[in-house]
Design a protein around this ligand. Structure first.
Ligand SMILES: C[S@@+](CC[C@H](N)C(=O)[O-])C[C@H]1O[C@@H](n2cnc3c(N)ncnc32)[C@H](O)[C@@H]1O
Length: 205
């Protein structure tokens, strides 16, 4: 299925509102706990890919992180997030990650509920290579997707679903598995959605 991704996601955020979308989490508890597992310091660099308008960046700014980057295909979502933050608290990049050539690397790549939309073998391979290029040797990736018990679609789009082991296996050429755990996300409408989370450490260093 071919979609106009910027329009699809911009309309989603504009029509539904970021606090009402199914993936909204009032407290990004698992993301914060897994970022703690990476040991990233307040001056370490963190990129949140497919960040949307998540409150994760708010919590990281409150903690005192100074090198934060948000990446998303939706200008509406990133404007919403940036509008809540002090000026300059996080860099924003509006881009389709499958067309993105980042000009730098980060200590930690965080991604929640975006990678499962990457669902062809060619695009998964492209994404795998992108994560490996964008994370410093010895750095970490924290990735959360729908699990094998998760929904088959989200926001009207088909998704790939991963076991904990299957998710780590996608990245095993460049990353070792450090930690994995399941999560049950409760949507604003009260539905349960099952997630798989992994913390991966980049080879080298
Ligand atoms: C389900 S939402 C999750 C948002 C955020 N991570 C969170 O946890 O609230 C998926 C996000 O990925 C973004 N997205 C989807 N496909 C993308 C792509 N190819 N490139 C960049 N962003 C993408 C969407 O705009 C949306 O903000």
């Amino acid at each position: 299925m071919t979609i106009d991704r910027p329009t699809h996601w911009d309309q989603r955020y504009a029509k539904v509102g970021y606090r009402n979308v199914s993936w909204f989490s009032p407290e990004p508890r698992v993301s914060l706990a897994l970022l703690d597992r990476t040991g990233v310091g307040l001056d370490g660099s963190v990129v949140d890919v497919g960040a949307g308008a998540s409150l994760l960046v708010d919590r990281l700014v409150e903690r005192g992180h100074t090198d934060l980057t948000l990446v998303d295909v939706s200008q509406v979502a990133l404007d919403t997030a940036a509008g809540r933050l002090p000026p300059g608290a996080a860099a924003t990049v509006v881009v389709d990650v499958l067309e993105w050539e980042p000009a730098r690397q980060w200590d930690v790549w965080h991604e929640r509920a975006m990678f499962h939309f990457v669902n062809t073998d060619a695009d998964i391979e492209l994404y795998r290579q992108l994560v490996a290029r964008a994370v410093v040797p010895g750095g970490h990736a924290v990735i959360g997707t729908f699990s094998e018990e998760g929904p088959l679609t989200c926001s009207g789009l088909p998704v790939a679903r991963y076991s904990l082991e299957g998710l780590a296996a996608v990245f095993e050429d460049d990353f070792d598995l450090v930690w994995s755990e399941p999560e049950t996300h409760i949507t604003p409408a009260g539905a349960a959605q099952e997630f798989s989370w992994v913390v991966l450490r980049r080879h080298g260093a």
